[in-house]
Design a protein around this ligand. Structure first.
Ligand code: ADP
Ligand code: MG
Length: 221
């Protein structure tokens, strides 16, 4: 496997949180490599460190010790400004809650992001990819939860990120609606080649993932 096929290289990553008297080791000595175009599922009990790992991969948080490289960029030594640029240029995020702007239509919510992107795809193309072309002039309140989440995915991918990080994107959805959302993430992964990491408890993911990473008590199992 050539070096260039590795998107993330993580070595001995540790994350410690202090809150008051309490000291929590959220990640302990996590080492892993993620290849370009992989579709990875992160599984583990609540509190096992899944969100912490995803947030560090996405440059939203920094490790206490250890190294994390995104291609040639060493994220573990990046400044706040470098992390902001990294997130903006390379990462799309999808969270449990959609965070759409209620007063803007689907098209306007997605278009908002293209102003700061270097080489965005067309807004309508992104909306088509998530299957919402007939709803593109609707407001979020006129859409179901699953449709709103698909708008959030269109917003995340319109800037053509190399990596798509999804933290419980199906957490507020029933199984069938959640599966539709995962189908869209799979389509993005397959058609655009976007490396995807998804935290979900939806069983439909089992047939989509290239690899499952299990976390238990802050460690890769
Ligand atoms: P998961 O996503 O697997 O449920 P998290 O990564 O959110 O787990 O949390 C791992 C551990 O770190 C938990 O014990 C959690 O309480 C703790 N933790 C996460 N974020 C913080 C924070 N900002 N401050 C203090 N403790 C945190
Ligand atoms: Mg979590």
């Amino acid at each position: 496997m050539p070096q260039t096929d590795i998107v993330f290289r993580v070595r001995d990553l540790t994350k410690r949180y202090h809150t008051g008297e309490i000291d929590i080791l959220a990640l302990r000595d996590v080492s892993l490599e993620i290849r370009r175009g992989e579709f990875i599922v992160l599984l583990g009990a609540s509190g096992s460190g899944k969100s912490t790992l995803l947030n560090i991969l996405g440059g939203l948080d920094v490790p206490t010790s250890g190294e994390i490289d995104f291609g040639e960029h060493r994220l573990s030594q990046a400044s706040e400004a470098e992390l902001t640029r990294y997130r903006r240029e390379h990462v799309g995020f999808v969270f449990q809650f959609y965070n759409l702007i209620p007063s803007l239509t689907v098209r306007e919510n997605v278009a908002l992001v293209t102003d700061i992107a270097e080489d965005p795809m067309g807004v309508d193309e992104a909306i088509d990819m998530v299957g919402l072309t007939p709803r593109r002039d609707h407001f979020p309140a006129q859409l179901s939860g699953g449709e709103q989440q698909r708008v959030a995915i269109a917003r995340a991918i319109v800037k053509r990120p190399e990596v798509l990080l999804c933290d419980e994107p199906t957490g507020a959805l029933d199984y069938t609606t959640g599966k539709l959302v995962l189908d869209v993430i799979e389509r993005v992964n397959r058609e655009l080649g976007t490396t995807a990491l998804v935290i979900t408890h939806n069983a439909a993911i089992a047939s989509m993932a290239d690899r499952v990473i299990y976390l238990g008590d802050g460690q890769v199992q």
